[in-house]
Design a protein around this ligand. Sequence first.
Ligand code: ADP
Ligand code: GLC
Length: 474
Amino acid sequence: MASECAPLVKTGGLADVIGSLPKALAKTGVRVRVLLPEYPDISNLTGSREPALRFENLFGGPAAIHAIHVHDMNLLVLSAPHLYRREGNIYLGPDGQDWPDNHTRFAALSYAGAEIAQSGIAGWKPDIVNLHDWQTGLLPAYLAQSATSVPPTIMTIHNIAYQGLFDSGQLANLQLRSEIFTASGAEFYGKIGFLKAGIAFADTVTTVSPRYAKELLNPEFGMGLDGLLRARQDDLVGIVNGIDLDTWNPETDPHLVANYSVRALKGRQLNKQAIIARFGLRPGTGPLFAVVSRLTQQKGLDLLLDCIPALVAQDARLALLGSGDADLENGFARASRRYPDSVGVMIGYDEPLSHLLQGGCDAVIVPSRFEPCGLTQLYGLRYGTLPVVAQTGGLADTVIDANEAALAANCATGFQFAPVTADALNQTLVRVCKLYQNRQIWARMIRRAMRHPVGWDQSATAYHKIYSDLISRS
Ligand code: ADP
Ligand code: GLC
């Protein structure tokens, strides 16, 4: 269960995971159905067919669930027009603020999921329910309130910074009983915590990299839930995300100007020229850096702003695609006005352009303050755009820094910096620019990065094992 699923509806990496993990699980013999809300973009897929389940009144209006097969996925789509038929961002209203009824919208998703978990749908009942992020966190709380036998649940945390906290006055409206509203349950400093409920009541908790699983136990990263997670340490596992190797394949990617492979890299040059032209940059002797990111505090891009003069001094260029906080959008717009032929900025969300940047830039910068897994560095590896990453979370788990020992051992795939400060980033960017001048080492690193395994195989097997263990335990 999740609130996003690529390619149907996406605001970030969660969608990529939900769109690709089920296919990888299928290869290990797990049959997956994904329960999603029916946002406007999805409603044209369900058409006028008969629903598999109806609710006369699901938190304020009629609702139904349709079972459909699209993009090689089996979906269960929760149609509830009073909750999901809204244009624009799936979480935010036109004023840029959270929809005021987000608690109802996502409680309804969990409530419907709990109904399926208990009673099944059209002759099918899940053996396991894997929940993703706060939008699905109430499901185990609803199951805890039920007297019937229920399948085991897994709460997967993609980002603990988003917890789904709502006013406790909503408890009764959300059909939650007071027994679950305790410090060891759904209560978080007087509020209802959707993610907290999920962590407290699920049978197992996973997150999206081993290092983030450890970081979450500390107050610095746990964001108030570290205590509960320490209490559940034995049930907490970090499994690194994979990527969809078909959607993200430089040999076939339709969004590239030229396709290429690890054996024939020439196409990268044409992609690079296309990026340079599109962003209005000049050719230069230094590397072309990419950023593809939400512009939020998490992503640490304010640190990069401080490094721009040094980048320009190295004859490097930067092409940034992103959107988010106004001060960061303005900061990068200012940088591009100041250095118009070195810094190119596109504010917005553009899936095809994100592929082109990975297919033609020399390096991709991900300076996050925290990063549960991160997918952009994995796309960078797959496309030979060497990742320059902060030493945190999944970034630290997936990129091998080009220090002397790693270069000598022929295993470096990118660059890491620590601490996560502008100074350390600056020094690392200078290091990258220097190494870039050694064409032989750089070309070798590209090939090694492209060969680095970033698919789902191992991780899907790890999910499979958790599912099997839970089933045998229950
Ligand atoms: P997060 O989920 O925290 O945003 P991830 O690295 O896991 O971070 O995933 C980000 C995903 O969103 C990647 O698929 C990335 O390519 C995509 N993305 C982020 N910003 C943009 C943008 N402005 N345009 C297109 N794709 C974007
Ligand atoms: C979250 C995290 C990101 C992770 C993604 C998918 O959005 O911020 O690090 O890659 O979820 O798990």
